[in-house]
Ligand binder design. Structure first.
Ligand SMILES: O=C(O)c1cc(=O)[nH]c(=O)n1[C@@H]1O[C@H](COP(=O)(O)O)[C@@H](O)[C@H]1O
Length: 277
């Protein structure tokens, strides 16, 4: 469990707000790792060891594990167990369903005694509304990270539709703010949407924003900070492929560290500019 206060403390201490996405594709991980009983776990462990002082969060995306069946689920459980306790652990599952089904999803990712996984936070798609989100909030201290404005090209299809409360993504934020405060809810806003950050801060002045899309998807860290950073930082910027696949040779962990370090250095500058540190 990682409170807002602990997260902010960690950001100030480590001078970074980097979240590293653990999205290991068996086709892309270095060939020499295939000699290990669980190549994916071995890959993740080495990435974590090489980067844990440069980031404040890790985000395994469930798809990369579920697609490998039982072996993948075991890699996910063992990866969760290996994550440094000081870092925010986010399961990127993008779940969303009726209440009693959401209870089961919440148990899958939050109830460590039952499943071996007790992530601090989960990504949720809000399309089904209140009863699809509140089951996760019953777990005291856990975070719900709600998709607001995604980095995807298809974000135009629904998220910009006009409603009486503004664009649909603005209506989502206004409604979700009534379910819990900035100590329990974060919003996903894609780095490719930096022009919308000022607008989003009108509705979510204090919430942390999980911002994927720098690196492989081309979003700009500078623009995200220009419009999105707050006095408490308020940002977790994710990069997955840009870090974990920096090299596919034996030096992959060092190469991942070098990429993470580049982002950390930029983040430290942004934290100073915004007087967070
Ligand atoms: O919820 C997410 O994390 C997410 C939301 C979004 O709008 N866009 C997005 O790319 N993501 C996830 O963030 C990660 C981005 O990975 P890279 O593009 O490789 O850095 C992937 O795990 C995506 O599933």
């Amino acid at each position: 469990m990682l409170s807002r206060h602990q997260l902010i403390d960690q950001i100030k201490r480590k001078k970074t707000f980097l979240c590293i996405g653990l999205d290991p594709d068996i086709e892309k991980i270095p060939a020499f790792l295939h000699q290990y009983a669980d190549p994916v776990l071995e890959f993740n462990k080495r990435i974590i060891d090489a980067t844990k002082d440069l980031c404040v969060a890790y985000k395994p995306n469930a798809a990369f594990y579920e697609s490998k069946g039982i072996k993948g689920l075991q890699s996910l459980i063992d990866t969760y167990k290996y994550l440094p306790k000081e870092c925010l652990s986010i399961i990127d599952a993008k779940r969303g369903d009726i209440g009693n089904t959401s209870d089961q999803y919440a148990q899958a990712f939050f109830n460590e005694e039952v499943t071996g996984m007790g992530f601090d936070a989960i990504t949720i798609t809000p399309y089904m509304g209140n009863d699809s989100v509140t089951p996760y909030l019953k777990y005291e201290g856990k975070w719900v990270i709600i998709l607001a404005l995604t980095s995807s090209v298809g974000s135009k299809d629904f998220q910009y539709l006009n409603t009486e409360h503004g664009h649909l993504y603005e209506a989502v934020i206004q409604k979700a703010n009534t379910w819990a405060g900035a100590d329990r809810i974060m919003y996903v806003v894609g780095a490719t949407k930096s022009e919308e950050f000022t607008n989003i801060r009108k509705y979510a002045p204090d919430n942390f924003l999980l911002v994927p899309g720098v690196g492989a998807q081309g979003g700009s860290l500078e623009d995200v900070c220009k419009y999105g950073i707050t006095k408490d930082c308020g940002l977790l910027v994710n990069s997955s492929r840009g870090i974990i696949y920096a090299s596919n040779g034996e030096d992959f962990a060092d190469a991942a560290r070098a990429e993470a370090l580049k982002l950390q250095v930029q983040m430290e500058e942004e934290l100073e500019k915004a007087s967070v540190i």
